[in-house]
Design a protein around this ligand. Structure first.
Ligand SMILES: *Cc1c(COP(=O)(O)O)cnc(C)c1O
Length: 561
């Protein structure tokens, strides 16, 4: 962190990107899942592209949590404390917000994400852990997604209003405010006040990206709580006008006060339009930061045959130039690394040559981690003909009992099938484990209940590394899947008017049928065809589903649209 021109990193007119979580690296425990990883990839690609962006988030000193399992697979959460003072620079500016009628002081830490291409993006981590604050206020920025509604509302005041005031204190010249999910929506109210309650001025400056059809992902607070906690300078009637009459809905606030609103995949745009009729919803499909998610073995190969690909991932359309056997060898290197890692963790003997399925994401019930086990007889029959091994990972939110039970269910199958199918559930899924797990499997499985997967990004990481997607046709996969060419879909591509139970039957048919008759025979008996699909994953998926392309879309559509 030496040699940084502190003034310089904030110069020029900037997009200010607000996100409750940002995944910078595994050491900073300031993210929980896809939303945070996307925010990190947004920052990294902005640095690559020299986009004048500054990101604002909470410091989350005690992290999300470190995951441990009891022998029977019950999740235990530990604080995941990290030390900002070892990695970040404390800025001298401080701001104040009113919370529960008290004044709370906020300080800010700076980290600068640097691109190998020379650009850089400052990230500001807000922190209330100051001696002048009351002990409970010092804890506001401690736990990511921790505590109750009251705690969450305080965090969102710090992020939105505190963040806005910090941006002003740092004299940052703002081009747009970009709200990555509704957690920062309070900033819109403070901005409205600054503009003398002129709604159009606020709308012109604000971009809102919504990220999930899951109800719990949209914060709603009772007005009683708002009256107790929110700064009194904002009249409650004004809040009700934009955030809803019955409860304070952070998503409604963002929808009503942002001039540009987008979902994160074409399909998610459709879903969002139905959820919030009357708003113009656009779509910018998510992407991943290629250099962050490429395995070193494949990077070496791409560097050799497609120079410049990392800066311009579109060049990956030229994957044809890479010889088949070299793709396979590089994949095999990545697979060996994973299998050695898993054997080290589990003490079992997973094999380099067995077909390996990967499944890792937040353990939220709609993701259906256990779907592959709905018909054990069928799974065992398939496994007899074509051996399978499966590697899982993922955290459940500490308060998500059904999510924790879903993990425990997987553990029960690990035990039940231990003499037939090798299955592992890796502890404490994070960015470092994702970098080993995703490139190291043969197929990346994704089984969300539609239309709940707004986009999903882990399948894009898989494709970039030549790992083949086998996924329910939801989120980004609706755009990425060419059946039998770039991977396989589970269930019909178009929903039509199917009931949930009809859909479940079709999904089950595809899950087992395609494994048995298409995927496994090709893997074991037609390796050449298999490698063609691996190549197509790179050349027909990864060239597009990256955050370089995504940020160019934000620039042309959202920031300068
Ligand atoms: C990519 C990533 C995710 C997101 O996975 P989805 O399949 O998009 O839900 C979550 N956690 C980690 C650690 C990741 O790297």
């Amino acid at each position: 962190m030496d040699n940084i021109d502190y003034e310089g990193v904030f110069k020029g007119k900037r997009v200010v990107y607000f996100s409750m979580e940002i995944g910078i690296n595994s050491e900073f425990s300031t993210y929980s899942g896809g939303l945070g990883i996307l925010a990190g990839d947004t920052v990294r690609s902005s640095a690559d592209l020299n986009i004048p962006l500054v990101a604002v988030t909470l410091v989350s000193k005690k992290g999300y949590f470190r995951q441990e399992f009891t022998p029977d697979g019950w999740q235990i959460e530990h604080s995941d404390v990290w030390e900002p003072d070892k990695h970040l620079i404390l800025l001298s500016e401080q701001v104040e917000v009113e919370i529960e009628k008290r004044s709370v002081k906020i300080q800010a830490w700076l980290y600068v994400v640097k691109s190998t291409a020379g650009g850089q993006v400052p990230v500001i981590f807000l922190d209330t852990d100051l001696e002048v604050n009351a002990p409970k206020d010092r804890e506001i920025t401690a736990h990511l997604y921790g505590g109750d509604q009251r705690y969450r509302m305080k965090q969102e005041i710090v992020l939105g209003i505190g963040g806005l005031r910090m941006i002003n204190a740092l004299k940052i010249n703002v081009l747009k405010y970009h709200l990555n999910e509704g957690h920062a929506s309070f900033l819109l109210l403070d901005l409205l006040r600054n503009f003398g309650w002129n709604v159009e001025s606020v709308k012109n400056l604000c971009v809102f990206t919504t990220h999930t059809p899951v109800e719990a992902g949209h914060d709603k607070f009772p007005y009683q709580l708002a009256l107790e906690i929110l700064p009194t300078v904002i009249p409650i009637d004004t809040i009700k006008e934009y955030a809803g009459q019955d409860s304070l809905n952070m998503t409604h606030l963002a929808l009503n006060l942002s001039g540009f609103i987008n979902g994160v995949a074409e399909k998610h745009r459709e879903t969002t339009k139905k959820m919030f009729p009357g708003y113009e919803i656009r779509s910018i499909t998510n992407g991943i930061h290629s250099l962050t998610w490429i395995h070193p073995a494949l990077k070496k190969l791409y560097d050799e045959y497609i120079p410049g690909w990392a800066k311009e991932p579109e060049l990956l359309v030229r994957t044809e130039f890479i010889p088949h056997e070299e793709i396979w060898e590089s994949h095999y290197d990545a697979k060996k690394e994973l299998i050695d890692y898993v054997n080290g963790k589990t003490g079992r003997d997973f094999s380099y040559d067995t077909f390996t399925i990967g499944f890792a994401r937040r353990a939220s019930t709609y993701k259906r981690h256990a779907l592959l086990f709905q018909d054990l007889k069928r799974l065992l029959k398939i496994n007899k003909q074509f051996p399978i091994q499966i590697i899982f990972a993922g955290k459940a939110h500490p308060k998500d009992e059904p999510g924790k039970k879903m993990i425990q269910e997987i553990f029960s199958y690990i035990e039940k099938l231990k003499n037939d199918v090798k299955i592992a559930y890796l502890e404490n899924y994070n960015m470092d484990i994702a970098k080993i797990l995703v490139p190291g499997v043969d197929v990346w499985l994704n089984t969300p209940m539609r239309p709940m997967e707004a986009s999903g990004t882990s399948g894009m990481k898989a494709a970039l590394n030549g790992v083949i997607n086998f996924s329910v046709s939801d989120g980004w996969w609706v755009e990425g899947c060419i059946e039998g060419v770039t991977g396989w879909a589970i269930g019909p591509c178009l929903e039509g008017k199917l009931s949930d139970s009809e859909m479940a039957i079709l999904e089950k048919q595809d899950l087992y049928g395609k494994l048995e008759y298409a995927i496994l025979p090709m893997f074991y008996e037609h390796r050449d065809s298999w490698i063609t699909i691996m190549k197509n994953s790179i050349g027909k998926i990864a060239y597009y589903f990256n955050s370089t392309r995504m940020m160019r879309h934000y620039i042309t559509d959202a920031y300068f649209g």
